[in-house]
Design a protein around this ligand. Structure first.
Ligand code: NAI
Length: 294
């Protein structure tokens, strides 16, 4: 069975950049697909900024930095995926966009024996698999943010995923990338988000109903439960659009009120207050640490 040496990453936001960096750091040849020509420059800059931060923190040497930067190429053309052993999709958490992408990847772009992986947080893998004519080769590989710091990857096979594809993907994740994998069933949210999202939504409901300020809620959980970060800071880190999309997918699947996104979250997304990535969410990242009014 062919080992994974050439990886394609589609999407160059928070997760696509992190996944590309992790693959390049593992010595793989990485190609990133972005949506437009202009965005290839932004994507390159994002990855450079990420590795520069790692050098400043002493997590990467200058030599390693050069190797990582040189191992990643960028294109806005999906045909750039033609010679890839494994392609990981990390575009926006919208089912229609992902289904369309998987259909394209399947029809004309990728090799027949390529593994088609998705980093979706909440969309059932089988829906993406069924957009292709090779559902056996479609698999969920759910990384965590920031990818370089978080050891876990959730590996999700759908009812149609071939057992050897799942095994090969697990070897890629553990032996090549040095991550730890858990396998889970194809249910919206898998394990981590099915547990985490209700907690984050409860914190947002608390803020919404005036229990405490954003800063107090976050301090309560960092100081009282020794969490490294409070729930509202964590939602800001994930991205409030992504948090709302995951909550909606969980609610669609289980119809449990605890998964239903609260109005405050929806209004913030509509206002493009998306958390760290937009500079403002429950906290203000333009002037670090200043909480938003409820
Ligand atoms: P992001 O908003 O930072 O990046 C999304 C990227 O997708 C952007 O580069 C955007 O230009 C691109 N994009 C948007 N629509 C597109 C389309 N129709 N076709 C191609 N590209 C398109 O989002 P993030 O956080 O990187 O999330 C990406 C995926 O990773 C989502 O499926 C999300 O659920 C998942 N994920 C997110 C985590 C997080 O903590 N943010 C953690 C684990 C998984």
């Amino acid at each position: 069975m062919r080992s994974v040496e050439r990886v394609g990453v589609i999407g160059s936001g928070l997760m696509g950049t992190g996944i590309a960096e992790a693959c390049a750091r593992a010595g793989l040849d990485v190609r990133v697909v972005t949506t437009t020509t202009g965005s290839t420059r932004t994507a390159r800059q994002r990855l450079t900024d990420l590795v520069d931060r790692q050098v400043r923190k002493g997590q990467l040497t200058e030599d390693q930095r050069e190797r990582v930067v040189d191992s990643v190429t960028y294109t806005c053309d999906l045909d750039g995926m033609a010679d890839r052993d494994l392609v990981v999709e990390a575009i926006v958490e919208r089912e229609s966009a992902k289904v369309e992408l998987f259909a394209k990847l399947d029809k004309s772009v990728t090799r027949d024996d390529a593994i088609l992986a998705t980093n979706t947080s909440s969309i059932p893998i089988v829906r993406l698999a069924c957009a292709t004519e090779r559902p056996g080769r479609v698999v969920g590989v759910h990384f965590f943010n920031p990818v370089s710091a978080m050891p876990l990857v959730e590996l999700v096979g759908s009812l149609l995923t071939d057992a050897d594809v799942l095994d090969q993907t697990e070897r890629f994740v553990t032996d090549t990338l040095g991550k730890q994998a858990i396998r889970c069933r194809d249910r919206a949210g898998f394990v981590v988000n099915a547990l985490l999202i209700p907690y984050l939504l409860s914190a947002i409901r608390m803020l919404e109903s005036g229990y405490a300020t954003a800063q107090e809620i976050d301090r309560a959980m960092t100081l009282g439960c020794a969490h490294p970060m409070g729930p509202l800071s964590l939602a800001d880190l994930i991205g409030l659009d992504t948090t709302a999309a995951i909550a909606s997918a969980l609610y669609d699947e289980f119809k449990e009120p605890l998964y239903s996104p609260p109005p405050l979250l929806l209004r913030m997304v509509e206002a493009r207050l998306l958390g760290r990535k937009s500079g403002m969410g429950f906290h203000d990242y333009r002037r670090a640490g200043v909480p938003m009014p409820a």
